[in-house]
Ligand binder design. Structure first.
Ligand code: NAD
Ligand code: USQ
Length: 406
C-alpha cells in the first residue's frame, strides 16, 4: 500500500513509519516539524540524540534499501498544499498522528490552549475536508486517546468506543441505542480528541469516509525492532515536565538519582502500551479497514492498567530510587479504578509486551546510557491546570524554589 504517515517525525510516528516501510509499504511522512520547534520553545531536547528527519530517512535507505519520503506540510495551516499533495499522491491509507499531544503543554497558558485547539481541530478537519473534496477513498487511521473516556470505569469496563443505552420511548417501552461513550476530557488536549471523534462520526455518515480511531493509552519504551537497526534511527524520548509521560519520566529519574515525581497520592490509574505494541496495533488496524458507509471503527489501544504510585514503587524498587509525593499540578481524581476492554486487538493477534518483560531493559539500554544528556531543571512539571493550583507547586522535588510556574 501507499501510506501517508502524518506526524511521522514524532515519537510514535517515526517507529510506525519504519515498521510499515519494513513491511513493504510505500511510506510518505508528512510533518511540519512543530515538535522540534516546541523543544526549542521549551528549551528541552529528546533524551536520545535525534537526527534531522532527512538524515533519519537517509540512514534507513542505506541500511535497508527502502525509501521513506518526507514532505514538509502544516496540516492545520496549509489546507491548499495538503489538498494538492493528497490529490497528487492519492495514498491508499493515511495514519494521522499530526497533533499537539501533551496535556500539560495544552494547559500552560491561554496561548497554548488556543494553539492546541487550532492546531489539532484544524489539522483533523482539513484532512477530512480535503479527502472528500478530491474524492479520496483512503482508509484513515487516527491516533486518539483513552482520555476521551475520562478514567473512571464506574464499576463497568470501558467499551471500545460505543455504549448501548436503553431509552424510554414515548409509549413507555425501552428502545436500545448505540452512542459514543460519554466524552469526559481532563485537559484541553484531551478535549481536542473528543472533538475529533465528532468530526469522524459526521464525515463517516455524510461522506462515507472509512475511518478507524485508536483510543490509545500512555505509550512507554523507546526502541522497536526497526529503530534498533542503527544508532541514528533511534526514537525520541521525552522526559521534561510537559512532554515526558509518566513511566518514561520515572525511568530517567531513577537512572539519574532524581526523586520519582508522583503527583498527589499517585492513586491515578491509567492504561499503558509499549511502543512496539503500538506500532503493531497500527499495522493490524490498517489491515482491517471498515467498508464505505460503515460506522467509525474504534479500538482501545492499550495492554495493561497501572496505578501511578505502584509504577513509581516498582521502578524505585528495581533501581534503588526514592519516590517523592508532590502537590498535583493537574485537576484530576486523586484515586480511580480503570477497567478497559481491548479484545479486538487481542483477537487480531496482538501479543502484548508486559511491563515486567521490558522495564529493566529500558532503564539499562536507554535511560542510563543517555543520562548525561539530562537537564535536571527541565524535569519538574510546572504547567498547572488552574491558577489556584499553580500557587501550590512552588518547589521542585529536591526542595529548590522553581523560577516559573507558568
Ligand atoms: P509527537 O509530538 O512526538 O509527534 C507528533 C508529530 O506531529 C510531530 O512530529 C509534530 O511535528 C507533528 N505535527 C503536529 N502538528 C502538526 C501539523 N499541524 N501539521 C503537520 N505535522 C504536525 O507525539 P506522539 O507521542 O508521537 O503522539 C502521536 C499521536 O498519538 C498524537 O496524536 C497523540 O495524541 C497520540 N497518542 C500519543 C500517546 C503517547 O503516549 N505518546 C498516547 C496516546 C495517544
Ligand atoms: N504523573 C505523575 N508524575 C509525573 C507525570 C505524570 O504522577 O511526573 C501522573 C499524571 O498526573 C497523570 C498520569 O501520571 O495522572 C499520566 O500522565 P502522563 O503525562 O503520563 O499522561 P497524559 O497526560 O494522560 O498524556 C499521555 C500522552 C497523551 C495521550 C495520553 C493517553 O501525552 O498524548 O493521549 O497519555 S491517556 O493517558 O490514556 O489518556
Amino acid at each position: 500500500m501507499k501510506i501517508a504517515v502524518l506526524g511521522g517525525d514524532g515519537f510514535v510516528g517515526w517507529p510506525t513509519s519504519l515498521h510499515l516501510s519494513a513491511e513493504g509499504h510505500e511510506v510518505h511522512i508528512v510533518d511540519n516539524l512543530s515538535r522540534r520547534w516546541i523543544d526549542t520553545e521549551l528549551g528541552v531536547q529528546s533524551l536520545t540524540p535525534m537526527d534531522s528527519i532527512q538524515e533519519r530517512t537517509r540512514i534507513w535507505h542505506k541500511e535497508t534499501g527502502r525509501r521513506i519520503r518526507f514532505h514538509l506540510i502544516d496540516l492545520a495551516r496549509d489546507y491548499d498544499v495538503l489538498k494538492a499533495w493528497l490529490a497528487e499522491h492519492r495514498p491508499d491509507a493515511i495514519v494521522h498522528f499530526a497533533e499537539q499531544r501533551a496535556a500539560p503543554y495544552s494547559m500552560k497558558s491561554d496561548r497554548h490552549k488556543n494553539y492546541t485547539v487550532n492546531n489539532n481541530v484544524n489539522a483533523t478537519h482539513n484532512l477530512l475536508n480535503a479527502m472528500v473534496e478530491i474524492g479520496l477513498d483512503a482508509h484513515l487511521v487516527h491516533l486518539g486517546t483513552m482520555g476521551v473516556y475520562g478514567y473512571s470505569s464506574v464499576g463497568a469496563a470501558i467499551p471500545e468506543g460505543y455504549l448501548p443505552v436503553g431509552v424510554e420511548t414515548l409509549s413507555g417501552e425501552t428502545a436500545t441505542q448505540e452512542i459514543l461513550y460519554p466524552a469526559n476530557p481532563g485537559s484541553i488536549y484531551h478535549m481536542t480528541k473528543c472533538l475529533d471523534q465528532l468530526l469522524f462520526q459526521f464525515y463517516a455518515k455524510n461522506d462515507g469516509l472509512r475511518i478507524t480511531d485508536l483510543h490509545q493509552g500512555i505509550v512507554w519504551g523507546t526502541h522497536t525492532r526497526e529503530t534498533r537497526l542503527h544508532d541514528q534511527l533511534i526514537n525520541r524520548f521525552d522526559y521534561d515536565g510537559d512532554y515526558g509521560t509518566v513511566l518514561n519520566r520515572f525511568l530517567i529519574q531513577a537512572a539519574i538519582g532524581y526523586p520519582l515525581t508522583v503527583h498527589g497520592t499517585g492513586g491515578q490509574t491509567r492504561a499503558f502500551i509499549h511502543i512496539q505494541d503500538s506500532v503493531r496495533c497500527i499495522e493490524l488496524a490498517l489491515k482491517t479497514a471498515p467498508q464505505r458507509g460503515e460506522k467509525v471503527k474504534i479500538f482501545n489501544q492499550m495492554t495493561e492498567t497501572h496505578r501511578v504510585r505502584d509504577l513509581a514503587e516498582l521502578v524505585a524498587g528495581m533501581t534503588g530510587g526514592r519516590v517523592a509525593y508532590l502537590p498535583n499540578p493537574r485537576k484530576e481524581a486523586p484515586e480511580n479504578d480503570l477497567v478497559v476492554r481491548n479484545e479486538q486487538f487481542l483477537e487480531l493477534g496482538l501479543n502484548p509486551t508486559t511491563l515486567a518483560e521490558g522495564l529493566l531493559a529500558e532503564v539499562v539500554d536507554v535511560a542510563r546510557k543517555y543520562s548525561y544528556r539530562v537537564d535536571r531543571s527541565r524535569i519538574p512539571s510546572v504547567s498547572a491546570w488552574t491558577k489556584d493550583i499553580a500557587s501550590t507547586i512552588e518547589r521542585d522535588p529536591e526542595g529548590k524554589r522553581l523560577k516559573s510556574v507558568s
